[in-house]
Design a protein around this ligand. Structure first.
Ligand code: IMP
Length: 179
């Protein structure tokens, strides 16, 4: 399909995302039975995945957000900048960090290190997408929705220069129709 002069092809259908999100929510619910974990969503990209995930949980939870920036267009700038910090006190809390996509891993490493400074009871990492060929982090990612090749994808919260976040599935950018 073509949206705003950009050719997009569907990469992961909405029904597959829903099914995988439910599976992860059930695993997290088992892990945190009798607990009230706090989800920390990384803005902006994780907001749709996070909202679907918490509604499939069978244990109560709390939610907060953190915002960092490292990307301009399709390129990571390599430097992470904190734009909005969490407001909750996470000391002795079970923290679940929710990311839309892990590419190099720089963002998730920055945020995990920052969360650990507050002395949480545990830190669990959930990402909808992971690019295993790109990632360089010294710790495992606990829950991965889908592993994908190192290509730029949009939709279901993920953007290209703030576009396409609203799309209900995940798409690959094939190029600009004017080029
Ligand atoms: P990392 O720090 O290299 O792991 O990059 C993580 C962040 O980069 C994600 O939270 C996204 O905001 C952005 N990002 C990386 N790859 C993509 C992509 O394919 N589409 C959209 N955003 C991406």
């Amino acid at each position: 399909m073509i949206i705003q002069n950009t050719k997009l092809t569907c990469f992961i259908e909405q029904s597959r995302i829903q099914q995988r999100t439910t599976e992860i929510a059930h695993e997290l619910s088992k892990k945190f039975v009798d607990q009230t974990p706090i989800f920390i969503g990384i803005l902006n990209g994780s907001f749709i995945f996070l909202s679907d995930l918490i509604r499939e949980m069978t244990v109560p939870s709390e939610v907060d957000f953190i915002k960092v920036s490292s990307y301009a267009g399709e390129q990571s700038t390599g430097t992470i900048r904190l734009i909005k910090d969490i407001s909750a006190d996470i000391t002795h809390r079970h923290v679940i960090i929710v990311e839309d996509i892990i590419d190099t891993g720089l963002t998730i490493k920055f945020i995990k290190d920052r969360m650990l400074e507050a002395g949480p009871a545990s830190v669990t990492i959930v990402t909808l997408l992971l690019k295993p060929d790109m990632v360089k982090i010294p710790f495992p990612v606990d829950y991965v929705g889908f592993e994908i090749p190192p290509e730029f994808v949009v939709g279901y919260g993920l953007d290209y220069d703030q576009q396409f976040r609203y799309l209900p599935a995940i798409y690959r950018i094939e190029g600009n129709v004017n080029e």
